[in-house]
Ligand binder design. Structure first.
Ligand SMILES: N[C@@H](CCC(=O)N[C@@H](CS)C(=O)NCC(=O)O)C(=O)O
Length: 372
């Protein structure tokens, strides 16, 4: 096998990588991220506890270690043949980069809320089963009490608390309705071929929001086409198939989801960038950006149901936003005008003169300031 995917069935980002590798028709085996495998493979290779990890067995002694699903996908796109998950057209490419970020880093809010509010017992059992496959179910549950507390303890940092739950649920239901309407006309976000954005959506929508039993029931009831899409995207019948819509066409049914990005996630990202600027000034010798930079106020929700709540300042998504702004910066002439028009039409004109305070890069599987 050319690749190994180390991860777990309950893991949000493992589902994203798995769906992509299957569609890309890449020969890979999957290794369950048991506690043993964390110790023997993940920590030595990556330096911290995270899944998924992909190893490319390229003939070298250790192979190439890849972490972060975006880096995994970009690496495989560069090293393997076959159609790309990145559309070429300016509008489609810009929308795809934005929606990957929206899926990865904003839909994680409903993914975490629904898992730990409605599927806690199931998730606890699953954590036990993959971490300690050789123990009895009772022992498994006991041994994973700590990671379960760690992951469920992340909710307040994401802005999820009793005051914001109605807004989290309203926003998720509005998102499901918008995606359901899109899927009445199209198989994937940009036509009949899955894109990088489909995989960004797949993370939260598959492992948590479809596979967790109580969440799956909600999705199948409210948005059966989304449930079907998640299944197709995660386990494609036919690899390497489909096309993006011709002529860089951007279906009008994508606009409501792009507007959700602009209205909900973008203000949080802009505020996060301001906080990163302060941190970078105050810490001129530090290269690695902390995973959390204190707390800020964030507005969560959709339409009438919006609340202002406390949320951790999480710099990581700025690295994904930089992919969007880099793409914008690469455009000129007609292409730039098309991108500007799209951003204005979704209410994201703020991005047009947005400056990342410092240039970010991934180094040793962490977000760092470039040049430091
Ligand atoms: N952006 C990363 C996120 C990976 C991630 O957050 N994985 C979760 C499991 S689904 C994890 O292991 N988290 C550990 C932690 O955040 O400390 C990616 O795309 O791979």
């Amino acid at each position: 096998m050319t690749y190994t995917l180390i991860g777990a069935a309950v893991s949000l980002y493992t589902g994203k990588a798995r769906g992509y590798l299957r569609w890309k028709n890449v020969p890979f085996r999957e290794e369950m991220s048991t506690r043993e495998v964390y110790k023997s493979e993940i920590l030595p290779r990556v330096g911290w506890s995270v899944i998924p990890v992909v190893v490319h067995h390229d003939g070298s002694d250790t192979g190439v270690t890849l972490q972060d699903t975006t880096d995994i996908i970009d690496y495989v796109e560069q090293h393997e043949p076959g159609p790309s998950v990145y559309p070429d057209g300016v509008r489609q490419r810009l929308a795809a980069l934005i929606l990957e970020l929206f899926g990865d880093e904003w839909l994680v809010i409903p993914a975490m809320h629904y898992r730990w509010a409605y599927n806690r017992d199931f998730a606890h059992g699953e954590f036990g089963a993959f971490s300690f496959p050789d123990l009895s179910p009772e022992e498994q549950r006991e041994r994973v009490a700590k990671p379960v507390a760690y992951f469920s303890g992340a909710l307040p940092g994401l802005g999820i608390n009793p005051d914001s739950v109605p807004a989290v649920e309203a926003a998720y239901e509005a998102f499901l309705a918008a995606f359901e309407a899109h899927l009445a006309r199209h198989g994937f976000l940009f036509g009949s071929r899955p894109s990088i954005a489909d995989y960004g959506f797949l993370g939260p929508l598959y492992a948590h929001l479809l596979r967790d039993p109580a969440s799956g029931e909600i999705m199948r009831r409210l948005a059966p086409r989304v449930a079907d899409w998640a299944q197709r995207c995660h386990a494609p019948q036919h690899a390497l198939t489909g096309d993006f819509l011709p002529d860089d066409d951007l279906p009008a049914t994508l606009l409501p989801m792009l507007r959700m990005f602009a209205a909900q996630q973008l203000p949080v990202l802009v505020d996060t960038a301001d906080r990163l600027a302060v941190w970078a000034d105050e810490n001129p010798d530090m290269a690695e950006v902390p995973r959390v930079l204190g707390f800020h106020k964030a507005r969560i929700g959709h339409g009438e149901t919006v609340v202002e709540t406390d949320r951790a300042v999480i710099p990581y998504p700025l690295w994904m936003l930089q992919r969007v702004t880099d793409f914008l910066a690469s455009l000129d002439g007609k292409a730039r005008a098309q991108a500007e028009e799209l951003l204005r039409s979704i209410g994201a004109q703020q991005l047009l003169d947005f400056d990342m305070p410092v240039r970010l890069e991934r180094r040793h599987f962490r977000v760092c300031v470039q040049g430091r």
